[in-house]
Write a protein that binds this ligand. Structure first.
Ligand code: NAP
Length: 251
């Protein structure tokens, strides 16, 4: 699979699943824009790694939940590469384990702002650049959902699960909206994947703890999720749009 010269922007591309997507995309020939929000060292290290491997990459700081940051991020990509062929809505957050009757309004609003509003704002900017309706040459979008959208994450983080339910619905609706405009929109729904997101939600032992309830008795790796994303971005998936692909080891 060669994507020579194509340009890909990955939100939250600096760590975890996003970083695996950036690595695989760079190997496939994409020029890669790596978005991050605060950990500049991780983003710079990844860009250096991709460049050492012969790829072309930039790091772009920006909070997807902040509209001005989203506009600025896409403008940096425009100025640097002059085109956008592929976009991955990967940035996402969890919060501390809590029941719904323990959640503050501020917590739920932050969850929805980053995971839902951020994904909408970024998808809007990607469509404006890719859609033939806007003079673009077409492209592909992949959104990171979660199987939590289906099982609900009771007692853990129903707010997060609901935010991913919104991503599933957005994927289907946007896919149909731009289906005749050269843009395909799909989602990948990971199950428990071994990244730092669990520690950031205050559960560093979550992957080890959940292992026995997973059908394959192991978590997924960021690379296994990234492979599905790269497939959906590629021409091999040319008749696939509005799909939600579980990469969850049967969970
Ligand atoms: P992660 O390891 O915590 O990495 C998160 C990435 O997103 C980092 O690059 C981080 O940047 C960035 N980020 C966080 N908030 C941001 C914001 N407001 N604006 C821009 N970037 C932001 O996460 P992950 O596990 O790879 O998860 C990636 C996606 O997969 C998320 O949407 C998540 O919900 C989904 N997912 C993950 C799992 C899992 O088990 N890991 C399961 C299902 C779905 P900094 O480095 O600057 O902090």
């Amino acid at each position: 699979m060669s994507a020579t010269n194509k340009v890909l922007l990955v939100t939250g591309g600096s760590r975890g699943i996003g970083a695996a997507i950036c690595r695989q995309a760079s190997e496939a020939g994409y020029r890669v824009a790596v978005n991050y929000v605060s950990n500049r060292a991780a983003a710079d290290a990844l860009v250096a790694e991709l460049e050492t491997g012969g790829g072309e990459a930039i790091a772009v700081k920006g909070d997807v939940g902040n509209e001005a940051d989203v506009l600025a991020m896409f403008e940096v990509v425009d100025k640097t590469f002059g085109r956008l062929d592929a976009f991955v809505n990967n940035a996402g957050i969890v919060d501390a384990k809590a029941r719904v009757d323990e959640m503050s309004g501020a917590r739920v609003e932050r969850m929805m702002r980053v995971n839902v509003v951020g994904s909408f704002l970024c998808a809007r900017e990607a469509v404006k650049r890719m859609s033939t309706r806007h003079g673009g040459k077409g492209g592909a979008i992949v959104n990171l959902s979660s199987v939590a959208a289906i099982h609900g994450a009771a007692g853990e983080y129903v707010d997060y699960a609901a935010s991913k339910g919104a991503i599933d619905t957005m994927t289907i609706g946007l896919a149909r909206e731009v289906a005749t405009e050269g843009v395909r929109v799909n989602a990948v729904s990971p199950g428990i994947t071994d990244t730092e997101i669990h520690a950031s939600g205050g559960q560093p032992d979550r992957v080890a703890r959940m292992r026995d309830v997973l059908p394959m008795k192991r978590p997924g790796s960021a690379d296994e999720v990234a492979s599905a994303v790269l497939y959906l971005l590629s021409d091999a998936a040319s008749y696939i749009t509005g799909a939600i692909l579980n990469v969850s080891g049967g969970r």
